[in-house]
Design a protein around this ligand. Structure first.
Ligand SMILES: Nc1nc2c(ncn2[C@@H]2O[C@H](COP(=O)(O)OP(=O)(O)OP(=O)(O)O)[C@@H](O)[C@H]2O)c(=O)[nH]1
Ligand SMILES: [Mg+2]
Length: 431
């Protein structure tokens, strides 16, 4: 079954020319930074970048996005000279532009969305993530069924689905579309089942305080997650190292316990198909009591990355959630770094840390402890000696401030997180 939904391209291209477009209302350095990110994505997908070019373009050409002359006189010879087998656009191409370019240049033509989808496809490990990526890929493929996607129909016959026969008068393309639509249905169903299962697990955790890491890809979320929880989640200098969410307990000083979640990172122009497909995972993560927005402040585009994360949070209707801004990778900066200074003026409450070296992490833990200490209530209790369990609960989850032993009972003053108040309510006395 996993094979049926394994939408990794079987023969991905190996040598690509990247094409950035400088549109009228963008600045050159923005186009360059974006192209550099595209290069990282391409390398993450295992494709070698043999050249990058920037094309100025006021309005996209409907046929090729770039001008016809550029395609014939520049790209074609460049592809031949460099022996490239793909071109990758840093924009979303329309299905028609994609097809026309593939036809004219006879190499795989990939756009930013398609590339991000491929990276996700390679990196998805769990059944749920695979299904989510498969759903996004199928939705993306539906209007685009070109050569690049023919592996989908091969999977249809090879993956146990049986041969599907062409109906009367049905073209190959129509047949492919029918196949994709049917599979969108299958994948949705399978995904529903997995998500229901997770919903049950989630209910079991609903009592606990939840904190989720969010942020741009490569900001250092997993590194911070590992540092805080002692875990060994994969953290590496690659985009989208994490696609699945992981949740672990984290004990704060003063005994509060929180559940910390690490999840998929965001990126500029994150394909909406992916946001939609990952909605369940993301919504769960965003059901948190607090978000930690991790920012790589050593990145020249830190501010734009904050904005990109906010765009996705908006799409998920999560902009009103309580959030701590965490400025990561400060070890890479000098203390008088101007960029950091500007960001600090904008976000005066942000917590500067180095997840890798540990600087600032105790202050972050303290900030979390303070935040959730507010949720506790000071109470006085009179507990009979037979109720050892209640005393244990106070010691385990609360802070015992004062204890007085009398002949019949123990009188205790304690600070207890609100969610435990119900369990001790019968022993409450007015102080
Ligand atoms: N110098 C420095 N590098 C860091 C720090 N934190 C993380 N890194 C590096 O940044 C890279 C990305 O870190 P990850 O923790 O994988 O980032 P992430 O946000 O989980 O990324 P994705 O899962 O891809 O979205 C890794 O190479 C880390 O070693 C830090 O405080 N300082
Ligand atoms: Mg990660």
């Amino acid at each position: 079954m996993p094979e049926l939904y394994d939408t990794r391209a079987p023969n991905p291209p190996s040598r690509a020319i990247l094409i950035g477009i400088k549109l009228r209302n963008t600045l050159m350095h923005e186009t360059e930074e974006s192209l550099q990110e595209l290069q990282q994505l391409t390398e993450t997908a295992g494709i070698e970048v043999v050249a990058t070019t920037i094309q100025p373009r006021n309005v996209p050409n409907p046929t090729y996005f770039i001008g016809e002359g550029k395609v014939e006189d520049e790209l074609k010879p460049l592809i031949a000279e460099l022996n490239a087998d793909a071109i990758i656009f840093d924009e979303e191409l329309s299905p028609a532009q994609n097809r026309n370019l593939e036809r004219a240049l006879e190499v795989a033509t990939i756009d930013r969305t398609g590339l991000i989808l491929q990276v996700f496809a390679q990196r998805a490990l769990t059944k749920e993530a695979r299904l989510q990526v498969a759903l996004a890929q199928l939705e993306y493929a539906l209007p685009r069924l070109t050569r690049m996607w023919t592996h989908l129909s091969r999977l249809a016959t090879g993956g146990g689905g049986g041969r599907h026969l062409r109906g009367p008068g049905e073209t190959q393309l129509e047949m492919d579309r029918r196949w994709v639509r049917r599979n969108i249905g299958h994948v949705r169903k399978a995904l529903d089942a997995v998500e229901k299962q997770r919903h049950v697990q989630r209910r079991n955790r609903s009592e606990k305080i939840k904190v989720s890491l969010v942020g741009y890809t490569n900001a250092g979320k997993s590194t911070l997650f590992n540092r805080l929880t002692g875990e060994t989640v994969l953290a590496e200098d690659k985009l989208f190292a994490t696609l699945d969410s992981t949740t672990r307990k984290l004990d704060l000083p003063q005994k509060q316990q929180i559940l910390l979640s690490d999840t998929v990172g965001f990126i500029k122009k994150l394909p909406h198909q992916l946001v939609a497909a990952f909605k369940a995972t993301l919504e769960e993560v965003l059901e948190a009591d607090l978000l930690l927005h991790v920012i790589d402040v050593s990145h020249p585009e830190a501010e734009a990355q904050i904005a990109a994360v906010n765009v996705v949070l908006e799409e998920l209707k999560a902009t009103d959630m309580p959030m701590f801004m965490v400025f990561n990778k400060i070890d890479r900066l000098k203390s008088d770094d101007e960029g950091l200074h500007i960001l600090q003026c904008q976000y005066p409450d942000a917590l500067p840390i180095s997840a890798q070296r540990g600087d600032g992490v105790p202050a972050l833990i303290e900030a979390l402890a303070q935040r959730f200490a507010e949720r506790g209530t000071d109470i006085s209790l009179c507990i009979p000696y037979t109720e050892g369990k209640t005393l244990d609960l106070l010691h385990k989850h609360g802070i015992v401030l004062d204890t007085e032993y009398t002949a019949e009972a123990v009188h205790v003053k304690a600070r207890l997180p609100n969610r435990y108040l119900k369990s001790v309510s019968q022993f409450l006395v007015s102080s």
